[in-house]
Design a protein around this ligand. Structure first.
Ligand code: AMP
Length: 190
């Protein structure tokens, strides 16, 4: 199986690149942000719980997020592999993912990361707010908080995969297809 963690700060282009990679490699795309938004839209218990954290730009608690992710993997028994987008966002999530994938007889192939400077992220998220309808894109204070949460809680996950020799970063500035090609040249080397 080809299992990728697509990593990067909010606004780095993970969702956009996932679309290209899904097509190219026939993988199942699992975005925890999308799964939470689906639950919010359908007013499930999980959605109600997640909404308060998401609207503020804080992380949803690990236990909730991890069990949602496992359910989503289990719903795709035929998958050739997965793109994990927006997960893991903490070291505890990364550890839980490793344990879980081991029980499934598989593992993470690589973390591929989109590297984009903070000023560019803010510009992109403010532009996205005009069309995304996302509460967490609309408020500059929430955008700043999401970036701070990324720096404090999520960026260390890079070290987790580096320690396993699985971290591969690419420059996240350029056209969509240029960036897809950068990612593909890494993925094709596996
Ligand atoms: P995203 O769509 O990836 O930007 O995620 C939007 C929001 O969903 C985040 O700001 C968090 O509130 C929540 N979220 C998404 N993925 C996770 C995760 N792996 N752990 C905790 N919270 C998450």
């Amino acid at each position: 199986m080809l299992n990728l963690v697509l990593f990067g700060p909010p606004g780095a282009g993970k969702g956009t690149q996932s679309e290209s990679l899904v097509e190219r490699y026939q993988l199942v795309h699992l975005s925890t942000g999308d799964l939470f938004r689906f639950n919010i839209k359908n007013q499930t218990e999980l959605g109600v719980l997640a909404k308060s954290f998401m609207d503020q730009g804080s992380l949803v608690p690990d236990s909730v997020t991890i069990s949602m992710l496992k359910d989503a993997v289990n719903k795709n028994p035929q998958a050739k592999g997965f793109i994990f987008d927006g997960f893991p966002r903490t070291n505890a999530q990364a550890e839980a993912l490793d344990v879980f994938l081991t029980t499934q007889g598989t593992a993470i192939t690589s973390m591929v990361a989109l590297e984009v400077a903070e000023d560019e992220l803010k510009l992109r998220l403010a532009a996205r707010a005009k069309t995304s309808g996302r509460v967490d894109d609309a408020n500059p204070l929430v955008i700043q908080h999401r970036i701070d949460v990324y720096n404090n809680e999520t960026a260390p996950v890079k070290n987790y995969y580096e320690a396993q020799n699985k971290y591969n970063g690419v420059n996240g500035i350029g056209s969509i297809s240029e960036i897809t090609d950068r990612l593909a040249s890494i993925i094709d080397s596996f």
